[in-house]
Design a protein around this ligand. Structure first.
Ligand SMILES: [Zn+2]
Length: 268
């Protein structure tokens, strides 16, 4: 169930540390609540211009066990991404989102992650250019991340999409939501070859498509599309990113019935 979301080309890009400000939710207090409470008599918050403390705190709802060789910065980035997703709020939810995740918002997402992923290991990019994967034959509740998770310059929403795509593979249903080969040729409505949004690699004939609206591509795009439409504390940028990545992933649903189910669910 490996998902090579970022190819070697992207891996070679200069390292750009992800900014925790870039995708910060509009309501900063939501994220503050997830940080360590600190001493009771803590001094007043530092001025806005001061460097922000490194946030390596996982939300209380999730506590995956890391293999010893998973670098601290990788653990920290996953913690930040889950803290961010745990801070999201929304008042509406599409029916398929309700079926897969429950009510739109942080508690649902953290519950979903925690119920699917119990362990995190380090994947060797040099063996295979994979950002994240779940290998059900070894341990279905373990997610493997390669160091490319923190080295590629992608918006936070792309990492979140990856994490929840893989979490869906930890589900034993439908053979862990195994993918099917994309059609050959594989073209969009304008007749252009469909390529990975992240790598530019053509997808025709590759095992990177789904026939169900409930698989890994469907689940993560429904999550992102709900964030785009219904998140009440997201910045414009987060909502825009969520829409871009969700719309792209819709191409990966190659069964017309399944694609129409998603359109009826969240695109009308
Ligand atoms: Zn996958």
């Amino acid at each position: 169930m490996a998902i090579a979301l970022f190819a070697a080309v992207a891996h070679k890009r200069p390292y750009a540390p992800p900014s925790d400000l870039r995708d910060a939710v509009a309501d900063a207090s939501a994220l503050d609540a997830l940080r360590s409470a600190g001493p009771v008599d803590a001094p007043p918050p530092a001025p806005a211009a001061a460097p922000r403390p490194v946030d390596n705190q996982f939300p209380a709802a999730v506590a995956p066990v890391f293999d010893k060789d998973v670098p601290p910065e990788l653990q920290r980035q996953l913690g930040q991404d889950l803290a961010f997703v745990g801070s999201l709020t929304g008042k509406k939810t599409s029916p398929l989102h309700g079926q897969i995740f429950g009510q739109m918002g942080g508690p649902s997402y953290l519950r979903f992650f925690a119920s699917h992923i119990k362990m995190v290991g380090l994947y060797d990019w040099d063996k295979k250019p994979v950002v994240a994967c779940v290998i059900p034959s070894i341990e279905p509740s373990k997610m493997w991340l390669s160091d490319s998770y923190i080295k590629v310059n992608q918006p936070q929403i792309a990492r979140i999409m990856t994490v929840f795509h893989e979490s869906r593979h930890a589900d034993p249903e439908n053979e862990n939501w195994r993918h099917v080969n994309c059609p050959e040729p594989f073209r969009d409505a304008n007749g252009k070859d469909i390529v990975s949004i992240l790598t530019g690699v053509p997808l025709a004939g590759k095992r990177g498509c789904d026939e169900s609206e409930l698989g890994s591509y469907g689940a993560s795009l429904i999550m992102l599309k709900n964030i785009q439409r219904y998140c009440t504390n997201c910045t414009e940028k987060v909502r825009m990113d969520a829409g871009i990545y969700a719309d792209d992933q819709l191409y990966r649903i190659v069964d017309s019935k399944a694609r129409n189910a998603i359109r009826d669910d969240i695109y009308k």
